[in-house]
Design a protein around this ligand. Structure first.
Ligand SMILES: C[S@@+](CC[C@H](N)C(=O)[O-])C[C@H]1O[C@@H](n2cnc3c(N)ncnc32)[C@H](O)[C@@H]1O
Length: 287
């Protein structure tokens, strides 16, 4: 796709995202408010009343929720709540709105994707975000992952390398905040190459990387708090293992790093961890 088509895709997509708006969220964000999880009709009724959302999408969100739970992609109540509170339909493009709650990743333009709901849920639950944790996301993309995180902590930092996508997602957040999604005010973003992390805001309790690379970026490991957790797709292009990386500090102060594969060997395909030179994206950070 050439640049002009990218731009056209971006403009029409944002117009349609805006068109997906329904009602404003009544009242502000309440950390103690919990949608019912055990009953589809009760969940939809609660969300319509408390979040002003569309019952048709809420039904699809709940149906996918049952699949996430059945596949052990989400396992604690805080993470279940974060999934159920995040309107994924507001972060996909118009062309894919009917596929919002399908299990697959979806094209969002600019040659990149919104990660599938099962992968988002498993990666997020793996880093075990608690309120107050500082979380860094590499690859803001559609903004969905950060929106989900903002239901787990009030300190979310996110970096996106593609400038027009960074700007488009800024418009999506601005609109949603205007409608009353106050939790998204906790998301601080920048347009940069996330390979180098975000030194001014480091250290981070948790780091989530949503693009694939063949090694763990040294600056990200350095900016991870001792005892912090990172989740990152590592491997050759088109074929990564999603690793949970835990940084531990021993009694003598020495640091060790433990890794485990959150899919126990299954391959997952992520978009590449690209590289910025000046203000141009040139290749990737994989060797
Ligand atoms: C799978 S996609 C987006 C997933 C995103 N978390 C979401 O919820 O939509 C990965 C994103 O990583 C971005 N990306 C790739 N390399 C990057 C880098 N070096 N720094 C920051 N973002 C990068 C891509 O532009 C893309 O938006």
């Amino acid at each position: 796709m050439d640049r002009r088509r990218f731009a056209a895709f971006g403009a029409s997509a944002i117009a349609m995202m805006a068109g997906a708006a329904r009602a404003a969220v009544p009242g502000g964000y309440d950390w103690n408010a919990n949608p019912p999880m055990g009953d589809r009709a009760a969940y939809i009724a609660w969300m319509v009343k408390n979040r002003g959302e569309d019952p048709a999408f809420l039904g699809q969100r709940y149906d996918r929720f049952l699949q996430l739970v059945a596949h052990h992609d989400v396992w604690d109540d805080r993470n279940k709540r974060a999934y159920l509170m995040t309107p994924r339909e507001r972060f996909v493009t118009a062309a894919n709105i009917d596929r919002t709650y399908q299990m697959h990743y979806l094209d969002i333009g600019f040659g990149v994707t919104i990660t599938g709901p099962h992968t988002v849920a498993r990666m997020t639950n793996t880093i075990d975000v608690k309120k107050g944790d500082k979380v860094l996301e590499i690859g803001t993309g559609s903004g969905y992952q950060s929106a989900y995180l903002s239901n787990l902590t009030d300190k979310v930092f996110s970096i996106e390398i593609i400038k027009p996508l960074f700007e488009r997602t800024g418009g999506v957040y601005a609109k949603l905040i205007g409608e009353g999604y106050d939790e998204y005010k906790a998301i601080t973003r920048k347009n940069a190459d996330g390979y180098y992390g975000w030194e001014e805001n480091a250290p981070f309790d948790k780091i989530i990387v949503t693009c694939g690379i063949d090694h763990i970026p040294p600056d990200l490991l350095r900016q991870l708090q001792p005892n912090g957790i990172m989740v990152i797709p590592v491997g050759p292009p088109g074929s990564q293992h999603v690793l949970k990386v835990t940084k531990a500090t021993a009694a003598d102060g020495s640091i060790s790093v433990a890794r485990s594969d959150i899919y126990r060997g299954a391959i997952v395909n992520f978009v590449p961890f690209t590289k910025l030179e000046g203000n141009k994206i040139v290749g990737t950070h994989s060797g």
